[in-house]
Design a protein. Structure first.
Length: 203
């Protein structure tokens, strides 16, 4: 039987154990309700060791939600067929959530923390602005591209929140294929469709 108790400070897997525990707790509880002490307990280390490796809870959050896959990679090659832009984005993003639990958990940690903490919200905005939304801006119709790409981001963020956090009936129970079929045309409209003259005139 392996010895029980806390991990030694110099253990090679200590840092990753802390990050894994932090991701799980941030995803379950959000930023405000996740404490350094709780992360340390989940990782089996002394709280002082968490401070030693990461300094503050904000730094721990920033490292915990670093994505293992770049959104730019997920969207690479999207747009070859402008008429299928929305469905293709929906398919790629939703299948990543469904097949890569690590990516999903980090995104959930970011979403849940962003609801209650401005720093986490800023990290999420920065991630979207630097990667997915900026790349989609080149594919969107030329009128109000920022509004179009932001609508895509909020649609996908709301879908993730409803499916994995709130567990909204219907959305939580749907198959990935059903979600792709339902959301794809919405994203297509946001990116390439007519948003209405009033929306355009106000921007």
């Amino acid at each position: 039987m392996p010895p029980r108790g806390r991990r030694p400070a110099g253990g090679p897997d200590t840092r990753e154990a802390v990050l894994a525990a932090a991701r799980e707790l941030f995803a379950e509880r959000g930023y405000e309700r996740t404490t350094i002490r709780a992360v340390a307990a989940a990782a089996g280390v002394d709280p002082a060791l968490v401070h030693h490796h990461f300094g503050t809870k904000e730094r721990l959050l920033a490292e915990a939600i670093t994505l293992p896959i770049s959104p730019e990679v997920v969207l690479d090659g999207v747009g070859a067929d402008p008429d299928r832009l929305g469905p293709e984005i929906a398919e790629r993003v939703i299948l990543v959530w469904e097949t890569q639990p690590d990516v999903r958990e980090r995104m959930l940690a970011m979403l849940r923390s962003g609801i209650s903490h401005e720093r986490a919200a800023g990290l999420l905005r920065d991630l979207l602005g630097r990667t997915m939304l900026r790349g989609l801006g080149d594919l969107a119709a030329p009128d109000c591209p920022e509004l179009r790409t932001s609508l895509v981001g909020t649609q996908l963020g709301g879908l993730m929140l409803g499916r994995y956090v709130l567990r909204v009936p219907g959305v939580a129970d749907a198959t990935p294929e059903q979600l792709i079929a339902a959301v794809g045309p919405v994203l297509q409209h946001y990116l390439r469709g007519d948003l209405g003259s009033s929306a355009v005139d106000k921007l």
